[in-house]
Design a protein around this ligand. Structure first.
Ligand code: RIB
Ligand code: CA
Length: 324
């Protein structure tokens, strides 16, 4: 079992990723830190508690992080995730559990003041990570792994022709982390996450296997389905963050290459990941860029955990389902 801290901006796909990580027997979630991104930070905190309540894991501490990017003004993605950050699903919390007193960035900086066999899974803008790195420049050398959902190599952006939301929302933090972490950055970008489409067929399959979970999944993804149809005429929704969880658990699920990468912080291409695959800048690789994903392996792992169903049955059924 690998110990991780998940930094996220719940957010529909973050919520799915959190539930997957919490229920997986491969991961032990030591803490959840929240950053402003898909929704304002306090809505993100609230949504994290909704997931913890649903998973009966309110023992996992939640830390409230940054309300805004390092320099840019904050722009949410509530057009995509709903004003409540969970697809206007209207899900309420029963518990009154509050986040920890210590701000997320201070918690992260202090926790990694010495070497830990603990990794960070970053599913949102990198503001908390950048602030923690400013407090503790050794942070990167003291974490076991750093996996971030963000960026894109060859696939088009989702906030501009070239920029993916997490790094577009806070490009200065992304640049600071990419250029100063001092630990290999495993980038789960749009090149691979766009292959992970939670389709109406898969949703209907969930109904057949676990009706209660299906009802929850439908409630929180309907808004996301509508967004994808309106903007891309895609039937279903791209669930980016759960792939970062699956990849952390089983890196074999994706293939990629190492390269020096940094992030553009100005101009029309603000937020773009500049992947120097052919080493024009003669800099040491700092990133593993993921290029391909085994989609069937992902959905087998993801649905086995989320639907609490036998893996062999899921694997066999997925051979018959049209995943695309
Ligand atoms: O661009 C997709 C990413 O931005 C996902 O992590 C989504 O949750 C948002 O944070
Ligand atoms: Ca996210």
């Amino acid at each position: 079992m690998q110990q991780v801290i998940i930094d996220c901006d719940p957010g529909i796909d973050d919520a799915l990723a959190l539930e997957y990580a919490i229920k997986s027997t491969e991961l032990e979630i030591l803490a959840i830190t929240i950053v402003a991104g898909n929704a304002p930070v306090d809505i993100g905190v609230n949504n994290a508690f909704k997931v913890l309540e649903r998973c009966e894991r309110l023992d996992i501490p939640v830390y409230r992080g940054s309300e805004a990017p390092l320099k840019r003004s904050y722009v949410s993605a509530q057009d995509t995730h709903g004003m409540d950050g969970l697809g206007e699903s209207g899900i309420n919390r029963q518990s009154q559990v509050q986040p920890q007193e210590v701000p997320a960035e201070k918690f992260l900086a202090d926790f990694f003041v010495k070497k830990r066999t603990v990794g960070i899974l970053a599913l949102g803008p990198l503001t908390n990570i950048a602030l923690a790195l400013q407090f503790n420049p050794e942070l990167g050398r003291n974490i076991q792994r750093f996996v971030t959902m963000g960026g894109t190599y060859k696939s088009h952006g989702n906030c501009s022709p070239v920029a993916e939301y997490n790094y577009w929302c806070d490009p200065d933090s992304a640049k600071l982390v990419y250029e100063n972490l001092g630990q290999l950055i495993e980038m789960v970008g749009l090149d691979v996450t766009r292959e992970i489409v939670f389709s109406p067929t898969i949703l209907e399959y969930c109904r057949r296997i676990n009706p209660d979970t299906h009802d929850y999944l439908q409630k929180i993804t309907q808004f996301y389905f509508d967004f994808h149809w309106e903007y891309e005429h895609l039937l279903g929704c791209v669930i980016n963050d759960p792939l970062a969880i699956a990849y952390y658990i089983d890196p074999e699920i994706c293939t990629g290459f190492e390269s020096y990468t940094t992030v553009e912080t100005e101009s029309l291409s603000i937020g773009q990941t500049l992947v120097d695959r052919y080493n024009f800048w003669k800099k040491k690789p700092n990133t593993k860029i993921l290029e391909t994903v085994n989609t069937k392996a992902f959905f087998t792992q993801f649905l086995t955990v989320l639907l609490d169903a036998p893996e062999a049955m899921i694997a066999s059924d997925l051979n018959l389902l049209q995943l695309g």
